[in-house]
Write a protein that binds this ligand. Structure first.
Ligand SMILES: Nc1ncnc2c1ncn2[C@@H]1O[C@H](COP(=O)(O)OP(=O)(O)O)[C@@H](O)[C@H]1O
Ligand SMILES: [Mg+2]
Length: 227
């Protein structure tokens, strides 16, 4: 099964921030969406998630900020149950202890509201919520930006293991080409609200064609970082 979207676009204050964009995402694909800050990655991520959900697809979304995913008036336990329901699981059937252990949030009090958890813990909680089922697609927007490099690498390893036996496709949104280089097989490069280059990760690393890809490639820190 392939996911199709076409004509995704967005404008804010009279300015086009996402030009009409069409995507096809194959079953089990591992795609990176990269580009400089402000190039429109998060906007495309939101538009993609909204459109696929409208089509009735199941999509897990880890937004760039946990504030976008967590309601300050609801307990963490409530959020967890809602995530289970949304991903078609019965309450209490997700392997919460394993996920919390792996993401190092086992000490978090589920009776508390989001503001009772640190920001980094909230972000890992949102990642855990995305890893409890087998949706058609998981979109992760800068998922490791608030995590230290060791926890970030462990989190990405957990994601890899989770995806291994599933048909779930994954879109990793990041400004860090080094992170994407290790985790995805295809890259899409954004600049000024449009995708300007799509190719295999290897091709973009070795032969970037556009100025956007060239500048990301020139500034990549993929030799230095563990994740
Ligand atoms: N709600 C908004 N109102 C006005 N401008 C916005 C809004 N959201 C995003 N933008 C602008 O749209 C552009 C793309 O933003 P975004 O998708 O967040 O980029 P990225 O995720 O690549 O950093 C940026 O120039 C940003 O300032
Ligand atoms: Mg963003």
């Amino acid at each position: 099964m392939t996911l199709h979207v076409s004509g995704l676009s967005a404008a804010r204050s009279g300015r086009t921030i996402l030009h009409p964009t069409s995507l096809e995402i194959e079953l089990g694909a591992r795609i990176g969406l990269v580009g400089a800050s402000g190039s429109g990655k998060s906007t495309l991520g939101h538009a993609l998630v909204d459109e696929l959900r409208t089509q009735g697809r199941s999509v897990a979304h880890v937004p760039q900020s946990p504030d976008e995913a967590l309601d300050p008036l609801r307990s963490m336990a409530f959020h967890w149950q809602e995530a289970e329901k949304a991903l078609g699981l019965h309450t209490g059937t997700a392997d919460q202890p394993m996920l919390f252990e792996a993401l190092k949030i086992a000490g978090g009090d589920l009776k508390k509201r989001p503001w009772g958890w640190s920001r980094g813990m909230q972000q890992r909680f949102v990642i855990a919520m995305a890893l409890i089922g087998s949706p058609d697609l998981i979109v992760l927007d800068e998922p490791t930006s608030a995590l230290d490099p060791v926890v970030a690498a462990a989190t990405m390893d957990l994601l890899d293991r989770h995806l291994q036996d599933r048909d779930t496709a994954m879109m990793l949104i990041t400004h860090d080409l080094g992170l994407a280089a290790r985790r995805v097989s295809t890259l899409m490069v954004m600049q000024d609200g449009e995708i300007v280059e799509r190719a295999s990760t290897q091709d973009i690393l070795e032969r970037p064609q556009t100025s956007a890809a060239q500048s990301l490639s020139a500034h990549r820190n993929w030799m230095a970082l563990p994740c």
